[in-house]
Design a protein around this ligand. Sequence first.
Ligand SMILES: *[C@@H]1O[C@H](CO)[C@@H](O)[C@H](O)[C@H]1NC(C)=O
Ligand SMILES: *[C@@H]1O[C@H](CO)[C@@H](O)[C@H](O)[C@H]1NC(C)=O
Ligand SMILES: *[C@@H]1O[C@H](CO)[C@@H](O)[C@H](O)[C@H]1NC(C)=O
Ligand SMILES: *[C@@H]1O[C@H](CO)[C@@H](O)[C@H](O)[C@H]1NC(C)=O
Ligand SMILES: *[C@@H]1O[C@H](CO)[C@@H](O)[C@H](O)[C@H]1NC(C)=O
Ligand SMILES: *[C@@H]1O[C@H](CO)[C@@H](O)[C@H](O)[C@H]1NC(C)=O
Ligand SMILES: *[C@@H]1O[C@H](CO)[C@@H](O)[C@H](O)[C@H]1NC(C)=O
Ligand SMILES: *[C@@H]1O[C@H](CO)[C@@H](O)[C@H](O)[C@H]1NC(C)=O
Ligand SMILES: [Cu+2]
Length: 472
Amino acid sequence: MAMQWIRLMIVLAVCMLPLSVEGMVRHYKFNVGQRGTLWWHAHILWLRATVHGAIVILPKLGVPYPFPRPHMEQVIILSEWWKSDTEAVINEALKSGLASNVSDAHTINGHPGPIKNCASQGGLNLQVQPGKTYLLRVINAALNEELFFKVAGHKLTVVEVDAAYTKPFNTDTIVIAPGQTTNVLLKANHASGKYLVAASPFMDAPIAVDNITATATLHYTGSLGSTITTLTSLPPKNATPIATTFSDSLRSLNSKKYPARVPIKVDHSLFFTVSLGVNPCATCVNGSRVVAAINNVTFVMPKISLLQAHFFNISGVFTDDFPGKPPVVYDFTGKKQPTNFRTNRGTRLYRLPYNSTVQLVLQDTGMLTPENHPIHLHGFNFFVVGKGQGNFNPKNDTKNFNLIDPVERNTVGVQSGGWTAIRFRADNPGVWFMHCHLEIHTTWGLKMAFVVDNGKGPNESLLPPPRDFPKC
Ligand SMILES: *[C@@H]1O[C@H](CO)[C@@H](O)[C@H](O)[C@H]1NC(C)=O
Ligand SMILES: *[C@@H]1O[C@H](CO)[C@@H](O)[C@H](O)[C@H]1NC(C)=O
Ligand SMILES: *[C@@H]1O[C@H](CO)[C@@H](O)[C@H](O)[C@H]1NC(C)=O
Ligand SMILES: *[C@@H]1O[C@H](CO)[C@@H](O)[C@H](O)[C@H]1NC(C)=O
Ligand SMILES: *[C@@H]1O[C@H](CO)[C@@H](O)[C@H](O)[C@H]1NC(C)=O
Ligand SMILES: *[C@@H]1O[C@H](CO)[C@@H](O)[C@H](O)[C@H]1NC(C)=O
Ligand SMILES: *[C@@H]1O[C@H](CO)[C@@H](O)[C@H](O)[C@H]1NC(C)=O
Ligand SMILES: *[C@@H]1O[C@H](CO)[C@@H](O)[C@H](O)[C@H]1NC(C)=O
Ligand SMILES: [Cu+2]
């Protein structure tokens, strides 16, 4: 619960930086209810391009991993290199109403690896010993790009995503969206040598991406030669089958010790379309601007925080009438899209009673273009109970939901021209954003929030803000 105010304080601290807080130190206290790899990042403007880092939460002392203990662990943060100030990039895009520029390179732990027109010789050089197993904690911190991640000559065993254990499975390639984390075991099963590590973009819509592959090295101790084993192939950027196979392989561990507590009874059954759109804009290049929306609502950021408005009962900041269904039903993923791409603008939230259960079907549409959207929910983990191509069919698709061992996570890709169904229990009171983790889409309004009411007594209620909470 305290997490709510912590997030808000970080946001406020960042928004006040240019004014007066330079040099100020804040201390945050919170209980950690999870373990695994998570990350922290700025949530206003495009500051998270550089304001981010890993949070590694180890199991309780004496509690082993549910997989063989790795010899060593390594955090791997995938991100982007921008020659321009990212604020200039998004401001330029908002002024023109068009898509933003893409980054200039990708990075692995801050380095792109040797690329054209870049003097950087440094880069991650992961030292390994033959026969040993390593745990890589991979985080995608990029603003706008989903990534493939591979290591030449080695299989990766996925054991955890978004700080939830998975049934282990082997893969050549992991697919990771902004916001997601993936822990993999890597067995150093060669005697010697150097092997290429690579991160390259995944985009299966006709949308520009930064197509520069970031590289690093896996280096067997004592291998002196300069030859490096490269990858025989990198996935093409539109390698949908690789992405689908990867996401279809993910399952909760669902062991006795780590059960998957999937809500079986659903209190709120919601259906949200996830779309791009176009609204008029007199000063924009085309007389219009590209926007994005959930159920045709382009989210408008309020002037004061939603959590403050909720806690202090400040009226006029938001309404709690977010539509639980699309206002117009059509063939969402069909060729024939509405000719009118306009959206409504609003600061509308969906209200949930404490401890109620939610089933949410996220449906991509073909407005402007179908596209993969990594949707992130704050405040809760959810279970991905189903997914598919085309339009969600309640009769046929619900029957095939996995309610036994669906993957548990906090960010899930809604595939291009398809749907994804998630379930969660609203047992964390407060106001919680749900948004596309592609920063450009969030900026365009692809977000909404749930307001979760208090339950009974202090344990089920939102904590008050700390006394020294800065007032904006
Ligand atoms: C975006 O890209 C265009 C074309 O390369 C360039 O002219 C412009 O300066 C870039 N904008 C920013 C903010 O870097
Ligand atoms: C990468 O993108 C640039 C600019 O969009 C394009 O000119 C180039 O051909 C692309 N390269 C590859 C390997 O796809
Ligand atoms: C908007 O303007 C850009 C750049 O001038 C152009 O490429 C694009 O086709 C235009 N889009 C629409 C919907 O008019
Ligand atoms: C806000 O309204 C609720 C419900 O009426 C009330 O219980 C609560 O005390 C109010 N909070 C504040 C800070 O006024
Ligand atoms: C979305 O809302 C706009 C503005 O009210 C309307 O013109 C448009 O038809 C709506 N589109 C859909 C798909 O609901
Ligand atoms: C939430 O609901 C579940 C299922 O109805 C129940 O078992 C659990 O005790 C409830 N939790 C709280 C904190 O009320
Ligand atoms: C649903 O399933 C039934 C029977 O399995 C099948 O006849 C029907 O075509 C399916 N409908 C859709 C929309 O897929
Ligand atoms: C609140 O939680 C604490 C710690 O979990 C527990 O000791 C206490 O009994 C709970 N109080 C109520 C009213 O449930
Ligand atoms: Cu998106």
